[in-house]
Write a protein that binds this ligand. Sequence first.
Ligand code: IVH
Length: 664
Amino acid sequence: MSDQLRLQELKKKIKEADYHYYGLDNPILTDAQYDSLLKELIEIENIHPEWITIDSPSQRVGGVVTSQFPKVRHLEPLLSLDNAFDANDLRDFDRRVRTIAPDAEYVVELKIDGLTVALTYEEDILVRGATRGDGEIGEEITANVRTIRAVPLHLQTDSLEQTIPLIDVRGEGYMPKESFLRLNTYREEEGLALFANPRNAAAGSLRQQDSGITAQRKLGYFAYQLLQAEQLGIRTQAQVLDVLSQLGFQINQNYKRLITIEEVIEYCGQMASQRHSFAYEIDGLVIKVNNFDHQRELGYTSKSPRWAIAYKFPAEQVETKILGIELNVGRTGVLTPTAILKDVSVAGSTVSRATLHNLDNIRNKDIRIGDYVLIHKAGDVIPEVIRSLAEKRDGSEIVFEMPNECPACGSEVFRLEGEAAHRCVNISCPSRQKEAIIHFVSRDAMNIDGLGPAVVTQLIENGLIVDAADLYYLDFARIIKLERMGEKSAKNLLASIESSKDRGLAGLIFALGIRHVGVKAGRVLATRYGTMDELQMAGETELKEVGDIGEVMAQSIVNFFRDQGNQKVLAKLQEAGVKMTADNLVTSHILAGKSIVVTGTLKKYQRREIEQQIEQLGGKSSSSVSKNTSFIIAGENAGSKLNKAQELGIPIYSEEEFERIINR
Ligand code: IVH
């Protein structure tokens, strides 16, 4: 099959899979199958960039950098909703509705706590995504919106009776609780400012200048409004949801058609008691009059429709007491204070600890040991102290002070200017080392199964390991002696440690816990350098020139490799047989089967480097242009080879174009 036909086929298959996953809620492919189709598609597009269309699934990977978001005027303004806070407010709403539309019925939907995102499709293709802004004018965030898998890039319009050239859809962009927890945990470790809730995190992610970051944040989208509904012959909100789903959107399945307001009130109560069981945060329900004729009769006030209302859940805050404040030293040496609380039930579970983030937060909220406090769960998942109840003090409360010495190793504690975090100076602080090992084995790093924090602690306390490299020197006789370690789990643990040796360079770089180097940077560095040795030799200036690596990260990388202790760990890892080269399985296909000629003077690469790069990616670098040449990379002062390529009609790429192809 020709590449072009295969590309069409892949697009069709991926689109079908998206539709089944999001539109029908009935996946037909496993994640691995899906990823492998997507990878194949990207490979073909890499070879033929001229075939890339804006509705290609490859556009979800992100990587587009926007310096500012252009303003766009919404086709129709985005209105806000009136709020109801209890059953009586809902009954009042119902009375107002029934005076005008006595036999109205309702559609009740979950109110997802995210932000409105307006989507525009021209000829079925997503051409624009925009934020709400002031309701009239929003910001264009199309590149970022494309990374959300629940947003179809191409509408599934076969089932519509007519085609319409323009379709506007509105819905809620949100961050799932799990992504929110992961993001904030990472940010806390890095001493970065935390997001207060998934809504802020989603908003921040959609306003990223680099859509690659948005892609990593794994946002979701639930569609609930279709502006051209009436043109399509749609008469009710329930039909809107149905049609949206047929078009390939994900709609929230927990909606209900109900007739009386008492039924609505009961459903609201039911959802309120289940609110913590959803994978995303909800802050209430939206009650809409179902029939468009009724909606039209009811009309609008100056700022909101009279045919809908938002029922808001009461904020969940409970009172408890701070029994003590504990300090935990993380892998970057940050001392994080945690409040030990009198057990209390909030947002569906018992809470006994809450992070206090840092000393500034404790001071700003004037939180003292022994205080009664109000707590809630940020984003429904992270227990947090809202404020202290100073009026309840009896004078026995104790003001918390940061110690001058690290509670884990006794070394000096310092605070950098401009940073909220206090840190331990000692890079080999045992607590840091433990956290570093926990990070090393975690899923995105070396992914060693069966090695949770508890086992790591046991291994350290029994003197079996000091650093991450020691893991590769464990043997059965020693680990079987650990408490609660059975023969089977010991064997499994050794097997997963063994198989992690082949994890590949990208995972290993991330696992090392170099400050500021996240999963993506690990991948970028692995692709660029190919081996740990090459990476270690890179200087700051050179690193800064690698796309996605900024000054702070470059410095941090250089410092990491300069450290004697880190060098020793690396040597031990190498000695144990941990793979220190880029995983060819991942990158080798990109240029597979391609014969590439490099000519002229390049700006960034030495000739040898770029040739090595081509070979690592599965291509063949050749010195002469023939009709078998797939494409040439032309630098400055390119001469006869460039002319020959032009004559033969062979594609010619600049260095930058080549980089864009391989870094995608
Ligand atoms: S309907 C005129 N439906 O809640 C129709 N809004 O003020 C207006 N929201 O920020 C919106 N889930 O983004 C609607 N199922 C849902 C919703 C929903 C969340 C948000 C919306 C807006 C606010 C309503």
